[in-house]
Design a protein around this ligand. Structure first.
Ligand SMILES: [Ca+2]
Ligand SMILES: [Ca+2]
Length: 169
């Protein structure tokens, strides 16, 4: 099933997808690969960066590392990108993990969203996470991402990422 077929199916069958509308906007940047959901657009970055460079690569495109505020957003990201667009990447354990913009670099043990500088009422940590094991300050979608859970990991690690852009759509 292609990404567009998957999205079409979800639009018909899943209430979480009722707000998805076709992307018809233009920026002075390459927006190929941006997908709208509930007022924001998302792009999966397959190039692996450390956490700092992942944030920078998003900012170069007018976006930021994804900041997840709800269960429906959390699930949409995985269902859409990981399951429908990148199923082949999930064959290997680490290939499913990706950076999100949640960090406790400023204050150990207190995670906040880096771009909007807010704490989160919604979190979805995996079992026994965040554990700061060996100094872990940057949050990732834990592999396999299909469980939608987060882990704190070492910021210098190279991983794929998801960028998010405000569009008011
Ligand atoms: Ca930490
Ligand atoms: Ca951890």
């Amino acid at each position: 099933m292609s990404a567009s077929e998957y999205l079409e199916m979800k639009l018909k069958t899943d209430a979480n997808y009722q707000n998805v509308i076709p992307l018809d906007i233009s920026y002075d940047i390459d927006i190929t690969g941006w997908f709208p959901f509930n007022g924001h657009c998302y792009s999966f970055v397959e190039t692996k960066f450390n956490s700092v460079n992942a944030q920078k690569s998003c900012m170069k495109n007018g976006s930021y590392l994804i900041e997840i505020g709800s269960e429906s957003e959390n699930k949409w990201v995985v269902d859409f990108f990981v399951r429908s667009k990148l199923p082949e990447k999930c064959a290997e354990y680490m290939e499913c993990a990706f950076w999100i913009g949640f960090t406790d670099q400023a204050l150990e043990g207190t995670f906040s969203w880096k771009h909007n500088n807010v704490n989160s009422e919604y979190t979805n940590w995996g079992t026994n996470e965040p554990n700061n094991g060996g100094d872990e300050d940057c949050a990732v979608f834990k592999a396999p991402s299909i469980f939608y859970e987060w882990n704190d990991d070492k910021c210098p690690k190279l991983m794929m990422s998801v960028c998010e852009m405000d569009t008011n759509m």
